[in-house]
Design a protein around this ligand. Sequence first.
Ligand code: F6P
Length: 780
Amino acid sequence: MKELKKIAVMTSGGDAPGMNAAVRGVVRAALNKGWEVFGIRNAYRGLVEGRESILPLDWLDVSWNFREGGTFLGSARFPEIAGDALRSKELKQRALLNLKALNITGLVVIGGDGSLTGAHELFMFLQNSRWASPELRDMELSIVAIPGSIDNDIPFTDMSIGVDTTLNTIIECIDKLRDTATSHGRVSIVEVMGRLRGYLAVMSGLATGADRIFIREERISQEELNCMLQVLKESFAHGQKAGIIIRSEGAGFSTGFLKEIIAMLLEPKREVRETVLGHLQRGGNPTAFERIMATRMGIKAVQLLEEGLPEPHMIGLTHNRLESVPLSMVLEKLATPEFKNQLSPNTRNALHLCRQLEEPPQGNTTPAIRVAVLTDGCNVSGMNIAVRAIARLAINQGLEAVGIKGGFSGLLRGPENVLRLDWSMLELKGIVRRAGTLLGVSSNGFPDAAEHAALLRQQVNKLGIKGLMVIGDSTAYQYADSVAGVLQIPVVGIPAALCCNLLGTDLVVGIDSALNDFLKGIDRAVDAANVQRKIYIIQITGDYCDCLVKLAALAGGSEVVIIDQGAGRKAFQMLVREKIQGLKRIIAAGKNSATVIFFARQPDQADDSLKEIKRGIIDSGITLDTSVITLETTLGGIVPTAFDRILAQRLAEKALAVLQKKMEQHEHAFHMVGIKGREIVATAYQDIKQNGLRECPDALVSELDQCIEYMSMPGAGCAGLGGTIAWLDTGNAEQWQGRWTCRQCGHQQDVLFNPNNLCVIYCAHEACPNYGYIRISRRL
Ligand code: F6P
């Protein structure tokens, strides 16, 4: 028999949304290499228990659950295995022998700090025991760890699995709490998770406009409490209707204590309510970012195991690129006092920004300098919170902030479109979570620059605007660039669009919200396709880049992506033929439904291209029916995600700083702010515009293509059930019978089981450790 590489995967510690997607990444990437994969139930506890808890996983076992929170493998906290005590050593020995009994030579551990420590200890125990233990002497084991913890408390990765989803769950809860607190004029204290790290508290506070945030890493002093009371008092005095205080669960003193302090000392008195979000925030369907990152990490883990590792490694995400680092380094860093007690620069900056934004303006001096902000191009989620941030920061720096309604066309029409942005007005409109842009965009296209530039200049003069910020896409940028010289004031742009290909930035406000909105539609289509046993062609309309379409496909688990690049009918026909062949293989492997993502760069050709796809499906001999649905986000209406809210405010802060500098220097060329790697940068449009539109990064596109293929196309070596089964008709719906053939040794045996339950089959052939399992009801 062919020697198979066997690997196992477990999810350990606190569950985190996205763990299932990581397991799917591992399972499918491994099956595609012709390997066999085992899932360990309940983490280290299951590993120690052995056989019953180590089950083979096949292609269809991970078809659905990657869209769900929690972990279908189960998790456990099992501190007994850690340390040097005799019992811990015995447990490690048992765990290793259980892996060895199944010839498992690769282990993927998905979990937080405790789970990573467990993985490292297991490996070290094996290394140190070889000489004394004949059973372990020749054992091979490579270990890869994937960071999974909602707290974002693991070094060497920008994000761990679960963080993005949890943040979005928290902000959804806080948005709701703000509604009720606003109705009653109350202060709402929200306790969020994060035993050792305040990341969730800080980022959710920034994304929801919280008045004060308390975290473990900052000692809570009397001064801090006074400051909170002062902020609440003044905010209410400025017209704010609700107070939101966020406390991280690890912070100095209790939520109850904070509640008492506010109830007792805040003047005038306000009712105070507390909400502990608890485990609510750990569940829920993973977001697009989560599913994509987790899938990529799962695939990368298999690649690392294939390459071979002299010591355990952890996969980390740095500026959206996956890298691996020795687990020993991760654990060393985890143990340092700096890591334990200090905020990361990113979290520190976010906390600082949050404090600036929530500090009500001091005094009543009339501001001398007026700056304006407008939104233009397409209507993008996250624009409103950027406007709020610009206005609040400007007001707090003694500037006057005005919003221009209707983009550049509004500016042309003059004073009727000018809105004074005062500090609390921005609060009342629930602006942090409002979809699209309250200021609006140029509704009938941009005014002709050559014809109207002089009038625009006059309006700017008349309105006394000394600096302008433009939040928008490439069309808004181009327009701003064409008029900046004439306006003779500094103009600074903030990227907000539905394509990732804007110049001068790696990240763009609005994409994450659009992607998650697509994902909802794709999830529904996948469900419908499954119920109706059909192929759903999901047509995405709008002006998007390839990356966005492919990210949506990967997050939604669509089998095929077809993008009509407008390169001619023949080229498209060939592409369709190739993609449909793939679809045929998937259906032959047992799937009875599928989704195809279709995007046409030239919308007027979309109908013809759709017909081509449908014809291709019929001609290929696939007998499933097809339905077409259309998804589009250009109408707006999408509540911005945590990521977009945070990005919008960070860019707004930088844009205002750049604008102020350019005002001092009287420099009038159009500049834009963006993210490059870890930095927020400002670039002169002149310097980069020659390059035209930025292409989607090649490396990302090809990685996405590979991930989609790995996740949707069962390779020739797919393992199946640990064996094959032939059914015998018993006529009894409760008791089925089949003849199972072991994949490993070819032994055949009869099995009887209830189709509603999981049935585990152990190979009865002497000395064969193989087993399989059948779970019928889920597949029907
Ligand atoms: O480690 C993640 C985490 O969610 C912490 O934020 C929280 O303190 C802890 O887990 C809760 O753990 P459990 O579910 O075991 O009570």
